[in-house]
Design a protein around this ligand. Structure first.
Ligand code: SIN
Ligand code: FE2
Length: 209
């Protein structure tokens, strides 16, 4: 396994998932999407829609609307519990975050048609002891990660299909975001009936162990 240290607490694993593993994950995602379709999150207060669509799997899911950012046990539109986290995701967590208690949430972000994600921190969890594990599928994206202050200098890296990135420890609260997605750089998502684009999965531990 290739490990590239980006900065303290940030490790990049290019090509972490093989083509076969990406296929397995995509098939699991297709089943998740049948049970828990993508919803369009909205900004707290303003209600402005995100350009990214989302769903979740695991016990808890991250949602955002006029009521704020939060984790909840049910899909905001269907009211049903989130689908279980597929085995392949738990296996990736156990390999890449071996010290951490098991993940409770996996946020699935879908970037299509110029979607992006502005710099933010993942800080809605009750405990920051565990890292965040990110896995990417489909089109390559330009990811940016900085420090724990918004004005800190940032590093950009391209996240391609199958890549994993772990940020924890001193980088657990690092600002990060997606500047743009390189449309058409992968054909993988067509296999799941999606019209291209990129899927990013972030696994998180929400509560203290
Ligand atoms: C996120 O920060 O939720 C997503 C990051 C990514 O899409 O790579
Ligand atoms: Fe994030």
């Amino acid at each position: 396994m290739t490990r590239v240290g980006i900065k303290p607490g940030v490790t990049y694993h290019p090509g972490y998932l093989s083509a076969d593993q990406q296929g397995v994950l995509l098939a699991a995602l297709a089943a998740i999407l049948r049970e828990a379709p993508f919803f369009t999150p909205r900004m707290p207060r303003t209600g402005k829609p995100f350009s990214v669509r989302m769903t979740n799997c695991g016990k808890l899911g991250w949602v955002s609307d006029e009521g704020g950012y939060r984790y909840q046990e049910t899909h905001p539109e269907t009211g049903r519990p989130w689908p279980a986290m597929p085995r392949i995701l738990i296996a990736a967590w156990q390999e890449l975050a071996p010290e951490a208690p098991l993940p409770e949430a996996c946020l699935v972000n879908y970037y299509a048609g110029g979607a992006r994600m502005s710099l933010h921190q993942d800080r809605d969890e009750q405990d920051f002891g565990a890292p965040v594990l990110s896995l990417s599928l489909g089109d390559t994206a330009v990811f940016r990660i900085g420090g724990t202050a918004r004005r800190d200098p940032t590093t950009s890296l391209k996240l391609s299909s199958g890549d994993a990135l772990v940020f924890g420890g001193p980088a657990r609260l690092a600002f990060h975001g997606i500047d743009r997605v390189l449309t058409g750089s992968s054909t993988l998502l067509a296999q799941a009936g999606l019209d291209g684009g990129r899927i990013n999965l972030t696994l998180r531990r929400v509560s203290p162990a």
